[in-house]
Ligand binder design. Structure first.
Ligand SMILES: CC(C)(COP(=O)(O)OP(=O)(O)OC[C@H]1O[C@@H](n2cnc3c(N)ncnc32)[C@H](O)[C@@H]1OP(=O)(O)O)[C@@H](O)C(=O)NCCC(=O)NCCS
Length: 333
């Protein structure tokens, strides 16, 4: 079964509620119809029900819940909570009300924070930063995790490596130059993402141009330190570094270059030392190996929020809703 079909089946097995705040975007409406029709998730759309339905055309969105900021009965509760959460940044109740009445992304994130939904998907009509900022400010990172990062699920055709050709690559989207501690947190978050989305045992490799001391350089030292920190943070995870990519995934090369490593040769979670490597690496595999790249999946937040490309299609929104639902399922456990 293709990766996305599997994700959809898992999403349907424990249905979550996902907020789609960009209800004015036609692709969101088409996606809502498809998500509801397939039973992938319950959907909250933000805006006036009659107005949104008048634009729905052929798409049936009757099963959605509508939250209109102008009439929402619990708005005062959200205002009080947002002002409380952002008090240290000087936010007043008036400012909190203004932002929740006018910015659907902040309202969507607050609906997640207050438990009306398990996650949010947006970005069809908003820039990445505008989607992520409220999530980072309000939801914050998960307990024990220092920073949010962006993973791609790579589905490589005809590939014997990884989990039958499935890998998590990260960080490919958010943190340009992580230090050793940040890299360690990215590795732990990525293992959790692998468990949530691939439903298999993660084997995490922190990449370098050196395998187990084959080269000496401050960049190698950073990866060695990150590996030590990650092992201390999550000793239960199968994780190792510093390893080159070939030694990470290929058993014969892993045996030669890192004979004592329990991860070398079987890695399915690939951690790049910085964003240059991560972003370039996922695009190389996507283009040259004709792999499907799903993401970026934002990981490390206390509750899931995912960003879309502004060039996305309705089916991309459906897939991202399913991925977000699986992250929400994991968070509930
Ligand atoms: C992530 C991003 C939204 C941060 O927003 P910003 O406007 O620069 O604002 P700040 O740096 O003040 O961060 C806002 C909040 O997010 C937090 N934050 C920023 N980056 C974070 C991270 N990686 N993990 C956790 N929290 C983070 C900050 O601590 C801050 O919290 P606070 O307001 O409670 O103190 C911004 O860097 C961005 O737009 N990145 C673009 C990412 C992108 O386009 N990637 C390529 C596409 S895939």
């Amino acid at each position: 079964m293709a990766f996305l079909d599997k994700i959809v089946e898992i999403a349907k097995s424990d249905v979550q509620t996902i907020v789609l705040p960009e209800a004015f975007d036609p692709r969101t409406i088409e996606a809502t119809h498809k998500v509801l029709e397939k039973g992938i998730a319950k959907v909250i759309l933000i805006g006036d029900e009659a107005e949104i339905k008048s634009t729905a055309g052929q798409w049936n969105i009757d099963g959605a819940e509508f939250i209109n900021p102008k009439t929402f009965k619990d708005m005062d509760k959200l205002v009080t909570k947002l002002a409380e959460l952002r008090k240290s940044k000087g936010m007043t109740e008036d400012q909190a009300r203004e932002i929740l009445m006018t910015n659907v992304l902040y309202l969507g994130v607050m609906l997640v924070k207050m438990g009306y939904a398990g996650g949010m998907v947006a970005g069809a009509a908003n820039a990445t930063g505008d989607v992520l900022r409220p999530a980072l400010q309000i939801l914050k990172t998960a307990p024990g995790i220092k920073l949010a990062s962006g993973a791609f699920i790579m589905e490589v055709p005809d590939c014997e490596y990884g989990e039958n050709g499935i890998f998590i690559f990260s960080d490919c989207a958010l943190n340009p130059n992580p230090n050793a501690e940040e890299l360690a947190h990215i590795a732990v978050s990525s293992a959790n993402t692998f468990k949530a989305l691939v439903h298999a045992e993660p084997h995490v490799s922190i990449l370098s141009f050196s395998s187990k001391g084959s080269a000496k350089h401050p960049d190698v030292d950073k990866v060695i330190e990150a590996t030590q920190i990650a092992k201390a943070l999550a000793p239960e995870i199968s994780l190792d570094g510093e390893l080159q990519f070939d030694a990470s995934i290929d058993a014969a090369i892993g045996k030669k270059k890192a004979p004592d490593s329990t991860v070398a040769g079987q890695a399915n979670v690939i951690i790049f030392p910085d964003l240059d490597a991560g972003n370039i690496g996922y695009k190389l595999v996507q283009r040259l190996a004709k792999a499907n790249a799903y993401g970026p999946v934002i990981q490390g937040l206390s509750m899931p929020v995912n960003d879309l490309s502004r060039g996305c299609f309705a089916d991309d929104i459906v897939g991202t809703v399913a991925l977000t639902a699986l992250q929400a399922q994991m968070q509930n456990k």
